[in-house]
Design a protein around this ligand. Structure first.
Ligand code: PLP
Length: 378
């Protein structure tokens, strides 16, 4: 059996150990310390964001955003329906109700027209959401101009879930700079990893200070331990931030490698009429975190699952596109606006191995595995 090809494994740059060693040498092993501050500053420089707060996960960043926007029990929060569950889980942490908005086919992200309609209808019912969580899916920004315009009209704040999209751009502007808050993740499968971690970005320095306070147990400024709010232990450690710094140094190379994977697959598999690729609208520069294809059974004679199982047989990890939130047992009682598009993308969509460390040989192996099943049935 050939070596396993993973969907999106960690890819170290070689710069990480230097920063980690500094943390050990200076005994800055405990939370906070120079790597954390430097990582935040370097991330702000890279994205153009004004303030960054390094946290233990992207999920923690979503949770703090919701708290800082005053979202609480019984409130509604609109959220992209086609996403990883972490986008929506934090809505439940604060006791609010997710309302899922479907994708459009142009970007696979939140449909701006559907959002505008949903906001107007919520306004008429006097039930506007307290926030809208917009996901930058698979490394591609959502269509922010119309989304932000629709939200501004009703004064509803946007949280950008850019966990998958570091390095992507919308009309030349970096992912992570849209909305009142933006969320990054450095989980093991993301385009860069700190071994696990996240960051909250915000243009508002007061909100950044408030996030920092909440993330460190919400201590009041007093020499004794005094607390006026419920706090969290969400801060990133100085060792972890060292790994993140070593990874951020090569982010542009990682984006280029992932975009290269996409181009390779498109060149070799795009010749099949029944295989289509996740589109990149002209306003988008995707980091192509994962290469996603649509498998058209009518044209290919095999479906997405046939293809995934063939890859699995060849020791290659591929995954269906995210199962939409409105189809998830845990969110079955939540409202959904539309849903057909995300259902279709889930049914026929497949994510191919997309790591930045994939070799040309491995890419060929994936392509050959796909072609093998097409030949038998074609
Ligand atoms: C990974 C991911 C998250 C969560 O990030 P963690 O750092 O794993 O908590 C949130 N949203 C999306 C869309 C993600 O892909």
């Amino acid at each position: 059996m050939k070596d396993k090809i993973w969907l999106s494994p960690p890819h170290m740059s070689g710069f990480e150990m230097g920063f980690v060693k500094e943390a050990f040498d200076s005994n800055w092993v405990a939370p906070l310390g120079p790597n954390v501050t430097a990582f935040e500053n370097e991330m702000c420089r890279y994205t153009g964001a004004k303030n960054g707060v390094a946290l233990c996960s992207g999920t923690a960043a979503i949770h703090l955003s919701l708290i800082l926007l005053g979202v609480g029990y019984g409130d509604d929060v609109f959220c992209s329906g086609l996403t990883f569950a972490a986008s929506a889980n934090a809505i439940k942490y604060v006791g609010a109700n997710p309302v899922f908005i479907d994708s459009d086919l142009a970007s696979w992200n939140m449909d701006p027209l559907l959002l505008a309609e949903a906001l107007e209808s919520a306004h008429k019912k006097n039930r506007l959401p307290k926030a809208v969580i917009v996901v930058d899916l698979y490394g591609q920004c959502a269509d922010y101009d119309p989304i932000i315009e629709a939200c501004k009209k009703y004064d509803v704040p946007v949280i950008e879930d850019s966990a998958e999209a570091l390095g992507a751009k919308y009309k030349g502007r970096a992912a992570g700079t849209f909305g009142e808050f933006a969320v990054l993740s450095f989980n093991g499968n993301k385009i860069i990893t700190s071994s696990g971690g996240g960051m909250l970005l915000t243009p508002d320095s007061n909100q950044a200070a408030a996030a920092l306070n909440l993330a460190t147990q919400a201590r009041d400024p007093a020499p004794h331990y005094q607390h006026s709010k419920v706090g969290y232990n969400y801060r990133m450690s100085n060792v972890v931030a060292g790994i993140g710094r070593g990874q951020l140094k090569v982010i542009d190379e990682r984006v280029a490698a992932r975009r290269g994977n996409f181009d390779f697959y498109q060149k070799h598999l795009g010749v099949f009429e029944g295989i289509r690729f996740m589109p990149e609208p002209d306003w988008s520069f995707s980091n192509r975190w994962l290469t996603c294809i649509i498998v058209d059974e009518a044209k290919l004679g095999v479906n997405r699952e046939d293809l995934r199982l063939q890859l699995e047989k060849d020791n290659i990890e591929a995954r269906p596109v995210w199962k939409p939130m409105h189809m998830q047992p845990v969110f079955k009682d939540c409202l959904s606006v539309g849903g057909r598009v995300s259902e279709y993308l889930f049914k026929d969509g497949l994510c191919l191995p997309s790591g930045s460390s994939l070799t040309v040989e491995q890419l060929h192996r994936v392509v050959e595995s796909v072609k093998s099943i097409l030949k038998t049935d074609g």
